[in-house]
Design a protein around this ligand. Structure first.
Ligand code: FE
Length: 183
């Protein structure tokens, strides 16, 4: 099976699951994040990263309420591992860093924490809380950190109930092109 088909199968099998204590499904959340990236004119690799940033939730097989059980599923690491077999760092690094970007923004942007949803604030604690100044500096040394911060903002906004956005099929050619560019 091609990677594109594997992605479509994951969304078909598990995309209807709840997005972590929010009122949208995993599929709706992913499609809204990708649509926001597209609307900002992000490069194809970053649109694909936005679409697939939570693929770790779909591949790791753990239940949706793990944060409520006090467990951090480390879905960003599962996602990066799954994606890195086929995608380059322009995709995998923002995915890996999108949780770190939340901790970074909490430490560096006044008012950011207050904008987070209750589920995001709960998971923030499990993920280690806002970054220290040393962690901020280390995060900024990653060449992909700004892409990760952009992805984080789309992630935070992609929780709107019943928003009309393009479907997964809309991204098939873009995913294939980004995969081909890395081969
Ligand atoms: Fe997300």
């Amino acid at each position: 099976m091609s990677k594109v088909d594997e992605i479509f199968e994951l969304f078909a099998m598990r995309g209807s699951e709840e997005y972590f204590g929010e009122a949208v499904s995993q599929r709706e959340h992913a499609l809204q994040a990708a649509a926001l990236a597209d609307a900002e004119g992000a490069p194809d690799s970053l649109v694909v990263a936005a679409l697939l940033h939570d693929i770790g939730h779909l591949v790791h097989g753990k239940g949706e309420d793990i944060a409520n059980q006090g467990i951090d599923g480390r879905h960003e690491i599962a996602g990066e591992a799954w994606l890195s077999a086929a995608f380059g760092p322009e995709v995998t690094e923002p995915v890996k860093l999108h949780v770190a970007a939340k901790r970074y923004l909490c430490a560096t942007r006044d008012g950011y924490l207050e904008l987070l949803s209750p589920a995001s604030i709960l998971s923030l604690e499990l993920q280690g809380g806002p970054y220290t100044p040393d962690e901020v500096a280390e995060f900024e040394s990653n060449p992909h950190y700004e892409a990760a911060v952009r992805l984080r903002h789309w992630d935070d906004e992609a929780k709107i109930v019943d928003l009309e956005v393009p479907d997964l099929e809309h991204y098939r050619a873009k995913i294939a092109a980004v995969l081909a560019a890395f081969q």
